[in-house]
Design a protein around this ligand. Structure first.
Ligand code: FES
Length: 487
């Protein structure tokens, strides 16, 4: 019997991005009804063999056959208490279904008795009863879509779905995560502050579904708020699928300016003239930012205080681990101290921010094109990681012009994206001059991409950005589809 799945649940089950299914729906190769996909339709598009390749079957079997891998245990399985709650909720549903089946069973028996009494001795009766039994047998027989439905039920126990209102965004709660943590990992711009139950900024109203508190919180919700179903998303996990109402940031103006003290976790050479600075924020005081934004970093060294502003190169879905690409620059005291070792692992760095409006503002469904020059790759990387975690676009193109001796210092990262993701392409270009290179880059992009239909994000040295803007406009990209960041 066919079972209906939401688009995100179907994507989760077959191990593809939601945008892949949306593309198939747009191309007419996958049918939906009222936004839902039937399991037999999903099986038609992704036969069981493909489902097995996606890992979903293996994953469910692994859990069933007790060979729990460490990753499954730590990342996907919820705590015992939450799992018990989810199983209890499913047990209630199962008991209700069993009662319904028993009622139908009694109805069939009574119908058969009534027919026997009414048509006793009639020559057609045995044939009519045999046909009825045959029809029932066929209706109750299992088929391949039952296996998909069974996997869906297992996924419900492990990863309940959250629908956020009014945006309609959806995500899954995995492992020991709170409702807030899973939402941030999925790329949602949920409102929050402390992540430890103190500030009350992550308040949400549960419209439908059951939640379970997973940690104590100091912030007190009023009696009236509790009666209306308000919770703190950082302190609760989902027992069943949820519908919640909560605030999401619509743009940089919704993100407050913050000041936090982070620790230098590592400084890694990405080339002769580039360092990856990894800062770690305290568990209880992380930096809330939008992908593509920058932060001001300050440090006190024996030679004096230094300060500089850099784009954040990592995804806001991991707001504790913040990456920056620092280029060698004698005019920049902070960078000089990073290269000389005056700023080293274990040191404290004060972060103030976030700042900047170079953020993803695209309508879902539009192709994204990123054009970076040299260290302009840092904010582009943040945008790409965020867009991928939020499944924000049907296709991604990253063009990166390198004019420094470190070249494409994270080419491996770009190749990994291109190999792992359908609809992702990357275009490395090298040149001596950022301004002249901008024209080449736009021409190369125009040869492979329909620029007029895409949203374009440009970051790099000022001369590159200026020329790229001119070239993109000449190539038919309207001003409202262009976002630029000059470094
Ligand atoms: S984020 Fe501060 S209470 Fe939840």
């Amino acid at each position: 019997m066919s079972h209906r799945l939401s688009l995100s649940r179907a994507a989760h089950l077959v191990g593809v991005h939601r945008s892949t299914l949306q593309k198939m729906i747009g191309e007419g190769t996958l049918a939906t009804s009222e936004g839902m996909i039937a399991t037999d339709e999903l099986l038609r598009a992704f036969p069981l063999a493909q489902l097995e390749a996606s890992g979903a079957v293996e994953w469910v079997n692994r859990i069933r056959e007790e060979s729990f891998g460490r990753r499954v245990r730590e990342r996907l399985l919820p705590s015992q208490e939450i799992l018990a709650q989810r199983l209890f909720a499913q047990g209630l549903e199962l008991a209700e279904l069993r009662r319904t089946v028993q009622r139908y069973h009694r109805l069939v028996e009574e119908t058969e008795r009534t027919l026997r009494d009414a048509f006793a001795g009639h020559p057609q009766l045995p044939r009519a009863l045999a046909a009825m039994a045959d029809g029932l047998g066929r209706a109750l027989a299992g088929d391949a879509s039952d296996a998909v439905a069974a996997m869906d039920v297992a996924l419900h126990s492990m990863t309940p779905r959250v629908e956020v209102r009014p945006s309609g965004h959806e995500y899954f709660v995995e492992g020991h995560d709170s409702i807030l943590q899973s939402g941030l990992k999925a790329g949602l711009q949920l409102s929050y502050g402390c992540e430890n139950g103190t500030c009350g900024l992550c308040r949400a109203r549960v419209v439908d579904g059951e939640v379970q508190r997973i940690r104590p919180h100091d912030f007190t919700l009023s009696e009236a708020e509790r009666a209306q179903g308000h919770i703190l998303m950082c302190a609760y996990s989902a027992v069943t699928d949820l519908k919640i109402e909560t605030l999401e940031a619509a743009g940089p103006e919704d993100i407050p300016r913050q000041e936090i003290v982070a620790t230098v976790r590592s400084i890694t050479p990405l080339g002769e003239d580039t360092r990856l600075l990894h800062l770690q924020a305290p568990r209880s005081n992380r930096l809330r930012f939008l992908a593509g934004q920058s932060a001001s970093l300050g440090a006190a060294t024996p030679a004096g205080d230094v300060q500089a502003t850099y784009p954040i190169a990592s995804c806001p879905c991991d707001d504790r681990n913040l990456h920056f690409h620092v280029g060698r620059d004698e005019a920049d005291g902070f960078a000089t101290d990073v290269f000389s070792g005056a700023i080293r692992p274990g040191e404290r760095v004060t972060l103030v921010g976030p700042e900047g409006r170079f953020v993803l503002a695209s309508e879902p469904g539009r192709p994204l094109v990123f054009a970076a020059c040299d260290l302009g790759f840092a904010p582009v990387k943040s945008l790409v990681e965020y867009a991928l975690s939020a499944d924000a676009a049907p296709s991604y193109t990253v063009a990166w012009l390198a004019t420094r001796r470190d070249g494409h210092y994270l080419a491996n990262q770009c190749r990994a994206w291109a190999e792992a993701l359908d609809g992702f392409s990357w275009l490395p270009l090298a040149g001596e001059d950022a301004a002249a290179g901008a024209a080449e880059l736009v021409a190369a992009l125009g040869a492979t991409t329909d620029l007029a239909r895409a949203d374009v994000y440009v970051a790099g040295p000022e001369e590159f950005v200026r020329n790229a803007e001119f070239e993109f406009r000449a190539a038919g990209v309207p001003g409202e589809s262009l976002a630029m960041l000059a470094l």
